[in-house]
Design a protein around this ligand. Structure first.
Ligand code: ZN
Length: 595
């Protein structure tokens, strides 16, 4: 009897020990392979900054591979976008297991497209490698890099119809959605990789850790149930988690989404494709190139585990135990600062939050621009960076007109550079608009977009009264890139400029002979209010949510004297303590006079 009791106790203890080990998500196979990091760098393909990755570059890189490997690199046009851009399908390998990958169904999510290009380049250039041979013998890799080239062209999420392709899995009203649906139907892939970039400010659980990569095995039903298809996806995610762990410790999350039948991930899972969602987040300064590498490692590690069948030994509990994407943090705080917001009111103590948004500068160039995201008490929120604004005043950046622009472009740029360095964040340059004159020519040659500061042209109408009655010319000029109109006296132009939400500036209202670093408190208040209220430059001149973060931080010493501490242009500190950071902050953009 006593023996029996000891025996049952022993059984119970063994039961608990084994239960403990099973639930602690231990995994005996190691899927981390250090060599992959070096390969992702060695085989990086194309050097376009990812926010500027357009169809043109993808097209040309695929053709380069085709010309280098005419027999083994297969790519075909599998359809066309709304705007008739080709959508390509790359097919590599001859194996039985079919893996379908698609990237950038959201046009402003380029990370995985770049990683896919690197992967093609690696696989093609390493065909003799035993490991790559195994992959290509076991797998048939079907990949659509850049499913939404029209969105990519404009760096927007949606396609040219204004549809979110990832909400079109049932209606199939977008050509891009139909292409993905047809590929699934035709090839019946075993695995699917749904590749995205997520909001770059999400955190892992309640922590302030930014998510680098979020993963999900999308549900196939409302009950969040499992079936063999989904469990396979969960196991592959455990493989990826294991492979990326040493690089991203603590910065991997589970993507947060409920069952959404109109989304492709959920539908694919439902159609029997073990589907893995990979979302690149915002951890790390150099977000795109680091996460591009992580995508490379994640996908190749998954390929390996699928090709060898080792993924079957992975523990799906690792997936279950991932913390979710949770709150949003901000990019930058300026805390406890006296704010003079440009409306003429008295200063008040507040925190300010800035987020950097990618916006299109020109058709093919996007840039990250700091936008004022919130004003008020931010005590219970977090930001990636914080500037302590105690004892400082924060004001809108100053706007000025270059009254006597030099006739030669180089000298004019020097004039503009001098103004930027003395604390003006926006410089407006008057030009005549005349079909035949030299000044029209001058205007068209100047690429204002290359300037780090905000530089724009004003249409000058004072010497040409005829233009004031020529409404069509005015509309054309203001609509085609002039920031506003400058004239001797206020005339009827204000109606037109109001239409375009652009300023109408009067010559003798422009303050002469001042620089922001020579102002006293009263003058700061008066001038910021003047430029905000009188000129009404869209998105600039005031500190309000949604405005561009052109800001000046003024320090006040014990005698009440004021001097510029930091100049921010588009959220970037470009001058600190009179030291120019233009090249360091804004890269190698052309800025004569600033070395
Ligand atoms: Zn997306």
């Amino acid at each position: 009897m006593k023996f029996f009791k000891v025996f049952t106790e022993l059984i119970i203890v063994i039961f608990f020990i084994s239960a403990f080990f099973c639930s602690s998500a231990a995994q005996s196979i190691n899927f981390h392979w250090p060599g992959l990091e070096q390969r992702s760098e060695e085989f990086r393909f194309g050097d376009t900054p990812l926010q500027n990755l357009r169809f043109k570059q993808v097209d040309s890189l695929l053709h380069i591979l085709k010309s280098q490997f005419p027999r083994s690199f297969h790519f075909t046009q599998t359809g066309k976008s709304v705007e008739n851009r080709p959508i390509y399908l790359v097919r590599l390998g001859t194996g039985k297991i079919k893996v379908l990958l698609w990237s950038q169904m959201h046009g402003n999510e380029p990370t995985a497209t770049a990683a896919l290009l690197d992967i093609f380049n690696y696989l093609m250039n390493s065909k003799e490698d035993k490991f790559v041979k195994t992959l290509l013998d076991s797998l048939t890799i079907l990949a659509v890099p850049m499913l939404n080239p029209d969105g990519a062209e404009k760096f927007t999420r949606r396609n040219a119809q204004g549809l979110d392709v990832n909400r079109d899995a049932r209606d199939l009203q977008s050509p891009e959605g139909r292409i993905l649906f047809d590929l699934q139907k035709k090839y019946k892939p075993d695995f699917g990789f749904n590749l995205h970039d997520q909001n770059a400010r999400r955190t892992v659980g309640k922590s302030n850790k930014l998510v680098a990569i979020a993963l999900m095995a999308p549900p196939f039903d409302l009950g969040d149930n499992d079936n063999p298809v989904r469990i396979r996806a969960k196991k592959v995610i455990s493989v990826i988690h294991n492979a990326l762990g040493p690089y991203l410790y603590g910065h991997i999350a589970k993507y947060d989404a409920e069952y959404m039948p109109r989304a492709f991930g959920d539908s694919m899972q439902n159609w029997g494709v073990s589907t893995i969602l990979i979302e690149s987040g915002g951890w790390f300064e150099n977000r795109y190139s680091f996460l591009r590498k992580m995508n490379f490692i994640a996908i190749i590690s998954a390929f390996r585990a699928i090709a060898t069948g080792e993924y079957q030994g992975a523990n799906p509990a690792i997936y279950e135990q991932l913390q979710q994407n949770d709150k949003n943090i901000y990019d930058l705080f300026i805390n406890d600062v006296m704010l003079l917001d440009g409306t003429g009111g008295p200063p008040f103590l507040t925190d300010l939050a800035i987020n950097f948004e990618t916006v299109n500068k020109t058709a093919s160039v996007s840039e990250k621009r700091g936008i004022i995201a919130d004003i008020g008490d931010m005590n219970f929120f977090a930001a990636k960076d914080t500037i302590n604004g105690q004892n400082f005043w924060l004001t809108p950046g100053f706007i000025t007109v270059l009254k006597q622009p030099h006739k030669t472009i180089d000298k004019m740029f020097d004039q503009i550079s001098d103004l930027l360095l003395s604390g003006f964040t926006t410089v407006l340059v008057p030009f005549y608009y005349d079909q035949t004159s030299q000044s029209k020519l001058l205007r068209s040659k100047i690429d204002f977009e290359k300037f780090p500061g905000n530089v724009g042209g004003l249409l000058r109408v004072d010497n040409n009264p005829a233009i004031l009655t020529d409404t069509l010319t005015l509309v054309k000029a203001v609509g085609s890139g002039f920031m506003g109109i400058i004239e001797k006296k206020q005339k009827s132009t204000s109606v037109i400029t109001r239409w375009f939400n652009k300023p109408s500036v009067i010559w003798n209202e422009i303050e002469e002979n001042y620089t922001p670093d020579s102002l006293n408190a009263g003058e700061i208040s008066r001038l910021t209010a003047f430029q905000a209220n009188r000129w009404k430059l869209s998105k600039r001149g005031k500190i309000r949510i949604g405005q561009i973060a052109d800001l000046i931080l003024f320090a006040r010493d014990s005698t009440g004297r004021i001097k510029i501490k930091t100049i921010f242009i588009k959220g970037y500190p470009v001058m600190v303590d009179k030291k120019s950071l233009y090249p360091a902050v804004l890269g190698d953009r052309w800025l004569p006079g600033l070395k």
